[in-house]
Design a protein around this ligand. Structure first.
Ligand SMILES: C[S@@+](CC[C@H](N)C(=O)[O-])C[C@H]1O[C@@H](n2cnc3c(N)ncnc32)[C@H](O)[C@@H]1O
Ligand code: SF4
Length: 357
């Protein structure tokens, strides 16, 4: 049975029936581009075609468990439950201009175990399937349809390391950018990684216009690997060489994400190291204010003065610098925070009683 996003397989199956191929195309437009509910998208199809889809497609592999709307700004956090009871987060970000970005998850938990990240502290890592990754976009667009909006930009900045789940992430990106499915241009997507060199290059080759972000956070090897245990196996030299091989241009700079941590990453000397690291790389630096998380009491976010000073040093070296404005502070914006404990509990139950899961 083909997945709903496997266009080649569906077309092959109905290759002698052009009318069905045509009505399937209409259905996909209504469902994926217009954000209609599955049953509504089926309503204009011939009954026999609608019955085939009802019988063979699982439209929503995720169940929306909770929706939290920020009272401060245009953020909505969606908490989804997978079939085996684990939770993931997706965030809708509405900007003042009316544009909407969606922050999606690619894994449950994350093996990189970054000290500052609630997802990394979750103690469980499981890949999301391509259908689960895509369902976050499908369900967000259904919510946004009620507001006459559609997701415009999609960022893989939710839970998980996308390049630890490359097969499913490649499939999901191919579906999102396929004119026959979601029809987003590659430029509307951004994949953020902690830095998995081979996978970054492979992705760049397949999707040369999808934006890439590297979560660097420090250009000092000792500090970086202290914050990101996975960095012990990836040297800064290797990362630098990887960045220099990406297909960058005026329209596609690599985004360097840099977490501002007091006395660890935010000193003027740290800015100088960052500038040296980025020499000859077409990069845009995004400074990230730290959202404190449980169990990381030794980490403190930088003051605004330190952040501004750092930004000025990097700007003077010729790099565009932005400071990330964190939306949804009142709905626990730091990804994974809300569900960290719940997932740990479920994972513990699974381990102690595997027969029931
Ligand atoms: C959750 S990660 C997911 C994508 C990928 N694994 C990565 O690290 O780039 C997305 C971004 O959130 C940042 N982040 C994680 N925990 C944070 C926190 N407590 N405060 C601020 N940013 C955080 C990460 O450093 C990363 O730049
Ligand atoms: S910051 Fe990214 S790589 Fe690090 S633990 Fe969190 S999700 Fe994983």
């Amino acid at each position: 049975m083909p997945y709903w996003y496997d266009i080649t397989a569906w077309n092959e199956r109905f290759r002698n029936d052009s009318q069905t191929v045509h009505s399937l195309r209409k259905f996909r437009t209504r469902w994926l581009k217009q954000g209609r509910a599955f049953e509504d998208a089926l309503s204009e199809l011939a009954p026999n075609v609608a019955d085939i889809l009802r019988a063979e497609i699982t439209p929503h592999p995720l169940t929306l468990a909770e929706r939290l709307d920020s009272e401060l700004d245009g953020a909505t956090k969606l908490l989804f439950r997978t079939a085996d009871g684990l939770m993931i987060e997706t965030v809708i970000l509405r900007t003042g201009t009316g544009r909407v970005s969606l922050c999606i998850s690619s894994q449950i938990g994350c093996a990189a175990a970054c000290r500052f990240c609630a997802t990394g502290q979750m103690g469980i890592a499981r890949n999301l399937s391509a259908a689960q990754i895509l369902d976050q976009v499908v369900q967000a667009n259904q919510i946004l349809r009620e507001e006459d909006r559609r997701v415009r930009n999609i960022v893989f900045m939710g839970m998980g390391e996308p390049f630890h789940n490359p097969t499913n992430v490649h499939q999901a990106v191919a579906a999102l950018t396929s004119p026959l499915l979601f029809d987003y241009s590659q430029q509307r997507l951004l994949v953020s990684t902690v830095g998995i060199p081979d996978e970054m290059l492979r992705f760049d080759e397949h999707f040369p216009k999808v934006n890439l972000a590297l979560s660097l956070h420090s250009a000092d090897q000792a500090v970086r690997q202290d914050l990101i245990p996975l960095a012990k196996s990836v040297s800064l030299d290797r990362l630098q060489a990887t960045l220099s091989q990406l297909q960058l241009s005026d329209k596609r700079q690599v985004m360097i994400e840099y977490l501002m941590l007091e006395d660890q990453t935010d000193r003027p000397g740290d800015a100088e190291k960052l500038i040296r690291f980025l020499e000859n790389i077409n990069a845009h630096v995004n400074l990230i204010p730290y959202n404190s998380i449980d169990g990381a009491d030794h980490l403190r976010g930088s003051s605004q003065a330190a952040r501004d000073h750092f930004a000025n040093i990097v700007r003077q070296a010729g790099f565009p610098v932005t400071i990330r404005y964190s939306l949804g502070a009142d709905i626990a914006a730091a990804c994974g925070q809300l569900i960290q404990r719940e997932n740990r509990e479920i994972a513990k139950q699974m381990r102690s009683n595997p027969a029931t899961t």
